[in-house]
Design a protein around this ligand. Sequence first.
Ligand SMILES: C[S@@+](CC[C@H](N)C(=O)[O-])C[C@H]1O[C@@H](n2cnc3c(N)ncnc32)[C@H](O)[C@@H]1O
Length: 591
Amino acid sequence: MNAIRDRLIARLDEILAEVVAQDLPSNASLQIEASLVLSDNAAGQHHHVVLDTINVDQLKLLTANLGTSATSPLNDQQDYRVHSFDSHSRKPAADLTTSSRLANATILAETTAGKRFKPRSSPEQLTTTSGSLAQPIPLTTASLTHVSAFVDAHVDQPLAPDRSKTQQPRVLQPAVDNLIEGIWDQIHYSKLPTSPHDLAKIVRWTSENIHTHHDVLSMTQADFSDATKRCHHITTTGRSARSVEVVIQAHWVDCFDARLATLKKGQPDLRPTDHKRLVMNEACTSFGWSEKELRNKMAAWKGYTQIKNASGWATLVFAGPGIYRFCKYRQGFDDESLSKLRSHRIRFEVAADTLQPRWREALALVGEPTQAVYTGHPHDWTVSLKQDEPALPLAVTYKQWDPEFSYQNLSQSTIDTTQWPDKDPRRFESAPPYHCKSCTQLQSTDLTTNLCACFPTLYSPQPLPSSPVQVFRTRTGKNNGLLACAPFPPNRAVGEFIGRITKNLADVDVMQSQAGDNPPYQIWQGRCGNFTRFINHSCASNCAFQTFSWLGVQRIVVVSSKEIKVGEELTVDYSDRYWQNLDKSPSDAVK
Ligand SMILES: C[S@@+](CC[C@H](N)C(=O)[O-])C[C@H]1O[C@@H](n2cnc3c(N)ncnc32)[C@H](O)[C@@H]1O
């Protein structure tokens, strides 16, 4: 449904922009209709529904009031990004942006253009994606219990429940930030935007129909015509391959520029405007479009190319429909935004290659390499905050202290059976029914019976496959740290503290736990565990350790204690005791 809705909104955006750009008589109105076609040749058998009638003058007034000459009311500047999790589907509500945007745009429209765009629902109601509209949920001020980092964890302290339903305050943020958040969402949680099946069909069509491979340094008219044919085919046949479409359109702009350069070289006597006119003519002939039509599309396509040049192809593949609005209306599209995007380039690629290893297949169409550059687990790599500095294999960053360093990423803790031969010391209930110690609700791996929604991203019948975080190289002498790739509202689970469940270790970093009536155990992350191992200390931390029970087993969870933005370092307060036992002292600088 989301894909259909996004497609409709993107199309509506284009239509509104086209209408605003036209010189129409006053009082013209745009009628938006839907038709149900009952059979292929059913002329006259269509069921028509008028969805809305929009007064064009009011539409123009509205866009003028929004401070742009040719923009649709559905623009990114008015975009609220609300991240919440649907407690039924357990999926992040990545697409809330669209519905929020729609609702918000309609509200703005009402204030500037009378009753024409009536809001269908108040923005407060748009806090879930579960189909029905949810009631607003008040902000909680849950106090987090600190379990001293690497020292104690007390299972006998039931903690305030999450939080999963905590409503995040709406923040109006720059369009580029929405775009970046959307890309991270897509990389972490979407299926590939274009299915391998669709992609295979497109690649097959291209290889069967377009034979020449052009050289961008010498773009002949035939080469350019081929590139245009390919772009036309993908732009006009089925919008199921949106990411491929954006890739091919960005590439076509490169071909256009290459053709222009070739023409300038071949016919240096012509004026620059004549070169441009000639290439435009060639393009319009091959596309079968008017110059106005082509220019209109090129406005957005040029933006795709600029974005691709700044932050790479992954940005285009995972951007979703928001990229059209961003490029077409250019609100907030400036050097600063491009530089912000550029700083994510390698980070996007590491995440995309390791989480969505087939994404580069789409690049076959534009002659780019299709092999993943970064392989293995996402946290086998450590990224840099410096622009264009490569990601490094994790082990490289420990070489100077430990040439043999290795770290195995685990999805769940393992039991050291030499120390715990008979049982998992974290288990305090041996059989179902299990009840949550925080919310007292029934916990189950069965979607129909589970009622606990304390930390649904981690503990639910359908937990999320990954946490939106990356290991990065700090610039403050702490070696590596952990970076947020998505905003975390307060009280959101970042990840479980996973490692080897053991005991009696000394002189190493361990999480020392006292499991109520159970004997104390340690969680050791020296050689294996998960990303929580890379969380640095800060006295003004934005995360804390919490104990939580899931299916009768105690867990230690890293939970955000404040609002955390994309690109912020995640930190916990290790406690004084941690540092007292060490011959080093903490610095509080982050990043
Ligand atoms: C669990 S590790 C955190 C990840 C670590 N930075 C790394 O690259 O592997 C804990 C160690 O990180 C370093 N560390 C973490 N926070 C620090 C801080 N605020 N100041 C100085 N060193 C810190 C200390 O060496 C500490 O013993």
